[in-house]
Ligand binder design. Sequence first.
Ligand code: NAD
Length: 341
Amino acid sequence: MFEVDALQRLPDELNKLGKSRALILTTPNQAAQGEEIVNMLGVRAAGLFDQAMMHVPLASLTAATEMAKELQIDCTVALGGGSTTGLGKALAAREGIDNIVIPTSFAGSEMTDIWAVTEADRKVTARDINVVPTLTIYDPKLTLTMPPGFAAVSGLNAMAQAVVNVATDKPNPIISSLAVEAIRALAHSLPLIINEPDNLDARAEALYGASMAGGALGTGITSLHHRLCHTFGGTFNTPHAETHAILLSHSVAYNAAATVAGTQKVANAMGVENAALGIYELAGKLGAPTALNEIGIVEEDLDKAVAVTLEKPLDNPEPVNAGRLKKLLTAALHGHTPVAS
Ligand code: NAD
């Protein structure tokens, strides 16, 4: 469901789905919004769990699971960004609980079958069709409260999901067309959001782009770029969207020679000549971080990042080896212009 004020339809929609004991999920930052949903749902709300955390740490999942069992819930309603959506998805995967998602960022997770949990320093992801939400309610108004810096990186996170499915050596025409449309919408709307934060049309366009990008990732591929982001998120606890924003231009440059036609399509959708450079410049224009050293990574972390990235086999257009990865990450550490490694 996608429209301004769609949130108001939640009680009716729960009714239609036959749900009468919803557990509302939020992060601590959005607990007050969670309370509003509890009040809106009245007897249909079984409770509020406001401890969703980035990368779904096992402790948070365990606490939510205990609360879900104690309250005998029949669904979750996740209101928030990808972290909260991720908790709802993990509960769906592990406990078979139906999940309803109300996205408030541009993470796009609600459109994918990918779920994750982070335990002992490793973020483990898996695909499971059962984690795709029973219902997603997109209300562009809910993105108005995103701090501008977060809107920028969250939008670039969505952009990444689309870009890897266009700049690929395994193009799929259906996924590609979703992804190209997502790239066009995001490249157009994100600068508008930064310059005119109250522009609801721009927010709706970015949310639409994020939904399409998630749709592309959900049925398409992940590759080196997502592996790198999960390495940094799981092992160094870097913020997810910022990590995407910093690394995307570098991973596109890395794969450019093996994905010439696709990379050109990305550039065309963005209205630029060079995709990697265009993404790097867009990040700068949005005020997003462009260097890993801005999010706490230091030179000494890079060897571990390379080793964790290569722990499992990786399907990527360009062959991946430790030397080339280190070169990519060194450029990203300092925020240098992306070049093929
Ligand atoms: P997030 O959900 O952690 O949100 C960051 C902070 O911003 C949180 O405190 C959140 O409550 C707050 N926030 C979100 N929307 C807001 C709003 N409108 N107003 C005010 N505050 C708001 O960050 P994210 O980047 O949206 O999600 C990151 C997580 O999502 C990561 O764990 C990532 O792995 C996951 N993710 C998963 C997929 C997938 O397909 N499985 C896709 C994208 C992201």
